[in-house]
Design a protein around this ligand. Structure first.
Ligand SMILES: [Zn+2]
Length: 309
């Protein structure tokens, strides 16, 4: 009797195990399927919507009759209507160049298929995406406003004055000056930094399969997009950690940032993992060396021209 019970429980145990393993296998298969679908989506460029084949429209601007989304003579959209509240809102965003969904699309693509999107943009898919430099300026402008509304992280000029008056080393004072300048000229600093990286990457990735012999300007636009991506990631991480940790809107954990850089370059240039990792490391080391050199030059200049001896 007891032996039988025991045997049954063993059978039930194995039947359950078997059933669970079938369920697990099904879940894994579904996840794998979704992942493959996601990978295919990452590799597919954005497809523009089809041309409107409605009956012909009379252009409200030049009076020509046409079929399609835009007037072929003057370029005015078929959707031109009388002014309403909705139009007024759209007009407000037009100042920023935010009338279509390009901005939101670019943000989403920068988060989910960054290297692929940047590659598509450089190869000529310009229309669906928001242009990189305008995007950087809008993001920085928004961040300046958010930073202004949040508790202050930026050291005020008073602090800098104190540091200069106190008996501190030149390096300390210069460090504070550079830090303050960087925080007050975020966009300028980011553009200088990414220009340097673009020059370095043009050389390092010149034999990449997906972007062979790319120009400095192409790498510069790629860098500006990556910069926007980092700022967005920093913003998301600030929102996620907001009640617990205060950090600047544009700050991102350097380890996460480095991993994201490697993933971006892997997708953009299409080199092997190892090839991508060592090039990213060399790129970072060189940029650090250049920044150190600039820093030393500023200290020397400060000692010669500013510091009273
Ligand atoms: Zn027209």
């Amino acid at each position: 009797m007891r032996m039988g019970q025991c045997r049954w429980s063993i059978v039930i145990y194995f039947v359950t195990l078997h059933r669970n393993s079938i369920i697990m296998a099904a879940i894994i298969a579904t996840l794998k399927d979704r992942w493959m679908q996601f990978r295919r989506w990452q590799e597919t460029p954005y497809v523009a919507p089809p041309v409107s084949t409605d009956e012909s429209t009379r252009c409200l601007n030049c009076g020509d009759t046409f079929t399609g989304n835009y007037c072929p003579r003057c370029g005015q959209t078929k959707k031109t209507r009388r002014f309403t509240v909705h139009n007024a809102v759209v007009n407000f965003f037009e100042v920023w160049g935010l009338t279509n969904s390009a901005f939101l699309r670019t943000v989403i693509h920068l988060l989910l298929r960054p290297g692929r999107m940047i590659g598509d943009y450089l190869r000529g898919h310009r229309q669906p995406y928001f242009p990189p430099i305008r995007m950087l300026f809008i993001i920085v402008a928004v961040f300046v406003i958010v930073d202004y509304l949040l508790p202050q992280f930026v050291p005020n000029p008073q602090e800098l004055g104190d540091a200069m008056n106190k008996d501190t080393t030149t390096a300390d004072t210069v460090f504070k000056m550079v830090d303050l300048w960087m925080k007050e000229h975020v966009a300028a600093f980011l553009i200088i930094l990414h220009t340097l990286m673009a020059v370095i990457n043009t050389y390092l990735f010149r034999k990449s399969p997906r972007l062979p012999s790319s120009t400095i300007v192409e790498n510069f636009y790629a860098q500006i997009y990556i910069c926007c991506q980092m700022l967005i990631l920093g913003f998301i991480s600030m929102l996620l950690t907001f009640p617990f940790v205060f950090h600047r809107v544009d700050e991102i954990n350097e380890w996460i940032g480095t991993i994201v850089y490697v993933l971006d370059y892997k997708q953009l240039y299409g080199m092997s993992w190892w090839g991508t990792i060592w090039r990213t490391a060399v790129s970072f080391a060189l940029i650090l060396a250049v920044l150190m050199l600039i820093y030393v030059l500023i200290i020397l200049a400060y000692d010669v021209y500013v510091s009273p001896s």
